[in-house]
Write a protein that binds this ligand. Structure first.
Ligand SMILES: Cc1cc2nc3c(=O)[nH]c(=O)nc-3n(C[C@H](O)[C@H](O)[C@H](O)COP(=O)(O)OP(=O)(O)OC[C@H]3O[C@@H](n4cnc5c(N)ncnc54)[C@H](O)[C@@H]3O)c2cc1C
Length: 409
């Protein structure tokens, strides 16, 4: 079987590799950029200091543990202590996020927050489910809701809490913010950084696969016995096309544009001795990144890559590193506004009418993914490919929904 994979990000690279290894397919990958990786890429400053734009670490965030042995075939994964912090107001100290009771007590309004949280605990009622404000106010109290979430959601998602579903809070377990003592990155699982950055991962995965760089796919359409892919560099025919490009663009935006939120980045180089800029968690581990949820700044998150790339110990001895600020900019499609996804369901139905074109990945399946959930999607697709190709449109739709999965995978 001749397969064209569109996109050499993690989803495309996983699919290309699995199709070749497991099904013996002849695979060609078409990638718009000059390098593979997509969001999962390590960049370097002019002086060679590394930083990432997308994932900074990998972990089993969503229950696909076999991503770790899979990645270890190509790179060595080193464990990292990842602590995240937050400055809830410009004049407040940085505290761990999710917050702990002792840190909250240090804030000017700490007593009031504690009273609200205690009152909620005493009521022992489940969180409200009317909307995200209801969910948050009944699980962490109105004050913390305003400080940690209202401004951030307005700034990043462009939504009032009343306009967002309670499910968003429930899935991400946002009420954890009021738990005590647990302030590591929201996953108890260890976090890993690959030695040498993420780029060697793609060199390994795509070794021996025909990858054409600088080729942007413009159109995909059924041809006589194959599927034809049109690019500025010419046309390609294949038995099957797996596309990790945006599904709305692929189908000529026929149901309108899907909604995304994103960041642009600003970079600074910080000297080793100024590395305390983001502060330390109470147990002495420097924060890897901090959130600034107040609405008056467009900056959502600031990351110190020194902590991620070198580990936490002896940061002062490790030389300069990159400090990166993420600034709201919706021209960069990063996070799907998935709870408004009726339009996406129409795209999914339309694409399953065409048997030999299958969307995949965060852009193809409009999913809020992590590295492990991306791997899970590719594996489920290859596992069910025979059934997909033999099925009718209704069966293909069922399979594609299962491949996309849910928040947990
Ligand atoms: C800001 C941010 C932070 C993240 N942090 C983490 C984290 O800490 N941990 C974690 O596990 N996950 C994280 N993720 C999620 C992770 O980035 C994704 O799960 C994963 O990288 C998605 O891979 P993908 O291949 O689906 O998409 P992408 O990486 O976007 O790859 C798509 C590829 O397709 C190419 N392409 C698109 N259109 C065309 C076209 N028309 N023709 C040819 N090629 C095309 C693109 O150039 C790109 O290379 C983060 C994501 C973001 C946005």
């Amino acid at each position: 079987m001749d397969v064209l994979v569109i996109g050499a990000g993690f989803a495309g690279a996983c699919a290309a590799l699995m199709l070749r290894e497991r099904l013996g397919a002849t695979v060609t990958v078409l990638e718009r950029d000059a390098t593979p990786g997509g969001m999962l890429k390590t960049y370097a400053t002019e002086d060679g200091l590394p930083y990432e734009y997308g994932p900074r670490v990998v972990s089993v965030f969503r229950g696909t543990p076999d991503v770790l042995p899979f990645m270890r075939r190509y790179v060595t994964l080193e464990e990292r202590d990842i602590y995240q912090g937050t400055r809830l107001r410009p004049d407040y100290p940085i505290i761990p996020f999710p917050v702990d009771a002792a840190s909250l007590a240090r804030l000017p309004c700490g007593d009031d927050i504690r009273k609200q949280v205690d009152a909620i605990r005493a009521r022992r009622a489940p969180p409200g489910e009317r909307d995200l404000r209801d969910y948050l106010e009944t699980s962490v109290g109105p004050l913390l809701t305003e400080l940690a979430f209202a401004g951030f959601n307005r700034k990043f998602w462009g939504r009032r809490l009343e306009d967002m579903p309670a499910t968003w809070g429930k899935l991400r377990r946002l009420e954890r913010i009021a738990e005590t003592g647990h302030y590591r990155l929201p996953s108890e699982a260890p976090h890993y950084y690959p030695v040498g950055g993420f780029n060697p991962l793609f060199a390994g995965m795509l070794d021996g696969i025909d990858v054409r760089y600088g080729v942007s796919v413009e159109r995909i359409e059924p041809a006589a016995r194959t599927t034809r892919v049109t690019t500025a560099a010419g046309t390609f025919d294949a038995d099957l096309v797996i596309t990790t490009a945006p599904i709305d663009a692929l189908l000529d935006f026929r149901f309108g544009k899907l909604e995304w939120r994103g960041y642009r980045i600003e970079r600074d180089i910080v000297a080793a001795d100024s590395r305390e800029r983001l502060g330390r968690a109470p147990d002495g581990i420097p924060f890897a990144w901090i959130y600034t949820p107040w609405p008056e700044t467009p900056v959502c998150r600031t990351t110190d890559f020194g902590v991620i790339h070198h580990g936490a110990a002896d940061v002062a001895q490790r030389g300069p590193s990159v400090l990166l600020r993420e600034i709201v900019d919706d021209r960069v499609p990063m996070y799907p506004v998935w709870w408004e996804d009726e339009r996406f369901q129409r795209y999914l139905e339309a694409v399953t009418a065409i048997p030999a074109v299958i969307p995949l990945g965060r852009l193809g399946l409009y999913k809020y993914t992590t590295t492990d959930s991306t791997y899970g999607m590719a594996r489920r697709l290859v596992d069910s490919l025979d059934a997909y190709l033999a099925g009718d449109p209704a069966r293909r739709l069922d399979i594609l929904r299962a491949v996309r999965g849910d928040w947990g995978n």
